[in-house]
Write a protein that binds this ligand. Structure first.
Ligand code: GLN
Length: 545
């Protein structure tokens, strides 16, 4: 069967939820029995987001094969419930890297290397890799940025070329735009949408569908106007008002008949009737008033919540499963060092310390871990959150006052967290951490093993430092259980306290594998312990239910 493509472009402004919209549309197609694959094209010159500051880019989403990718991949995996691979995300940097390497090798036999055709050919080749790797019926390709950006032009040109190469009947262009609201007159404006469509058409692409995003209700006449000015079927103008619950978007697209329209345009038939029961229940459950549990998320990029996108979503999934509403308090770890923000930590029913790099704010996180241990507050540590839990334990239980990670203090006499052996010879920072899926054996009877309910798991990693086994026995004697180990027993993957309601931390990132309908066991464990801490009883849960 011919592979079909849906290309998503963005208009007017970025951050209007193009990724979520594409992911939600993917779900409506999967519900119809079609195999859906995804790809995100990022116009920046970094080879991948792995070396970028979370302030610039938000979270780095790690895939099974260790690819460090855009956070939109997280939306795709969560909404469509797929496991993507490295072909699903590439950047301008990767494209140029490849072309320049070939040029230096002499592959072009003296030719002049140009954006068209060399760069565009490489872009098209990479889009083709998804079809090969996945054998999908439909590939959703999202172009990062906004139409009109200089950076994204080669991508758009490649898509235009692809349309004729694979046949117009196999390609659909969906343009996601934003309708600004003018407060003084109380109206939404379509002009910027018209301009961005005009910009798209000037490079030879006429969108087949426009998804118009807004924070305000969108009147039918406005959709008529967009259809008329932008030369798109009325049925293909989809108003999409910001939803209070992210996971409602597939249902909204379903109601708007988007999947049916898309299939008709692509000449595809649905293979099964969509069954939305589980999603409807999920959304109903999210919206239902429930007793509240407060989690203090102690991080250093908390000003930008996108930096912890998957952690936030995983907390929400777990809350649904535990029958509670999660109220996340975003605590800046550096504040704790200055005696600020403690009210949020002290009033929380659970504390979560996510991943991170560099020493800024680590002392504040260590203070929070100490508070969790001493006051018996449920605690979940992710990657750096495990390392800091161990440092805190070494300092305040074992009495090694100057224990640290050699990441933060190279000359610490007690490097309880140390650089992994295979990392010692590495000088390049990009793509060289311990990345991706690795197996881990669980200690039967431990909190972790009970949470997972199995003996072996596989989780996604992204780190250079590890627990230093020289200290293992001492830690164990003092009450720490290393309940998850790499199969050769050499790497500590999960640490937990034996004398604590729930102080569990992992060297891996469980947040990447959490799904809306399949919350991650370690997050569910935290949420249930926090629920208990909040004094919410079974009766409360039933009465509210
Ligand atoms: N900086 C730590 C390391 O590299 C933790 C990484 C993380 O939290 N993802 O090991």
């Amino acid at each position: 069967m011919t592979t079909k493509y849906i290309f998503f472009t963005g208009g007017v402004v970025s951050s209007v939820g193009k990724g979520v919209t594409a992911a939600a549309l993917g779900r409506t197609l999967k519900e119809r029995g079609l195999k859906v694959a995804v790809q995100k094209l990022d116009p920046y010159i970094n080879v991948d987001p792995g070396t970028m500051s979370p302030y610039q880019h938000g979270e780095v989403f790690v895939l099974d094969d260790g690819a460090e990718t855009d956070l939109d991949l997280g939306h795709y995996e969560r909404f469509i419930d797929i496991r993507a691979t490295k072909v699903s995300n590439f950047t301008t940097g990767q494209v140029y890297n490849e072309v320049i390497t070939k040029e230096r090798r002499g592959d072009y036999l003296g030719g002049t290397i140009q954006v068209i055709p060399h760069i565009t050919n490489e872009i098209k080749r990479r889009i083709g890799l998804v079809a090969k790797a996945t054998n999908a019926d439909i590939i959703l390709v999202e172009v990062g940025g906004t139409v009109g950006d200089i950076e994204s032009q080669p991508f758009l040109e490649s898509l235009r070329q692809l349309r004729s190469e694979v046949g117009r009947e196999n390609v659909l262009f969906v343009h996601v735009t934003w309708l600004p609201y003018i407060g003084a007159t109380g109206e939404l404006k379509t002009k910027p949408t018209q301009h961005s469509v005009a910009a798209l058409r000037s490079i030879g692409i006429s969108p087949n569908m426009i998804i118009a995003r807004s924070d305000h209700p969108i009147a039918d006449e406005l959709c008529d106007k967009i259809a008329l000015f932008c030369d798109v079927d009325k049925k293909a103008v989809v108003p999409m008002v910001t939803a209070s619950v992210l996971y409602e978007i597939p249902l909204l697209l379903e109601k708007a008949g988007v999947a049916e329209y898309v299939l008709k345009m692509l000449g595809l038939e649905e293979r099964q009737k969509p069954d939305w029961k589980a999603w409807e229940n999920l959304v109903k459950e999210v919206k239902r008033p429930k007793p509240e549990v407060t989690i203090a998320l102690v991080g250093k990029y908390v000003e930008l919540q996108d930096a912890y996108m998957s952690v936030r979503e995983a907390l929400k999934h777990a809350a649904v499963q535990a029958g509670v509403e999660v109220n996340i308090k975003w605590v800046h770890s550096a504040d704790l060092e200055k005696d600020k923000g403690w009210d949020m930590v002290m009033s929380a029913d659970g504390i979560l310390i996510p991943g991170g790099f560099g020493s800024r704010g680590t002392e504040g996180k260590i203070l929070a871990a100490r508070y969790a241990r001493e006051k018996r507050i449920p605690y979940l540590g992710l990657c750096l959150g495990m390392q800091l839990m161990c440092i805190e334990f070494a300092r305040n239980v074992l009495g090694y006052e100057d224990a640290n990670s050699s990441e933060f203090d190279r000359s610490t006499p007690h490097p309880v967290i140390d650089l992994m052996n295979e990392q010692r010879s590495i000088s390049d920072m990009g793509g060289t951490m311990r990345l991706g899926l690795y197996p881990c054996n669980l200690q039967p009877g431990s909190i972790a093993a009970q949470a997972y309910g199995v003996e072996q798991i596989e989780e996604r990693h992204r780190h250079r430092w590890e627990f230093n086994n020289t200290y293992k026995q001492e830690f164990e004697k003092a009450g720490m259980l290393f309940s998850g180990l790499s199969p050769d027993g050499k790497l500590i993957e999960i640490a937990e306290l034996t004398d604590h309601p729930y102080m569990v931390a992992s060297q891996f990132h469980p947040e990447f594998l959490s799904r809306p309908n399949r919350a991650h066991p370690l997050f569910v464990g935290l949420m249930k312990a926090a629920r208990q801490k909040a004094g919410i009883t079974d009766i409360d849960l039933r009465e509210q239910g």
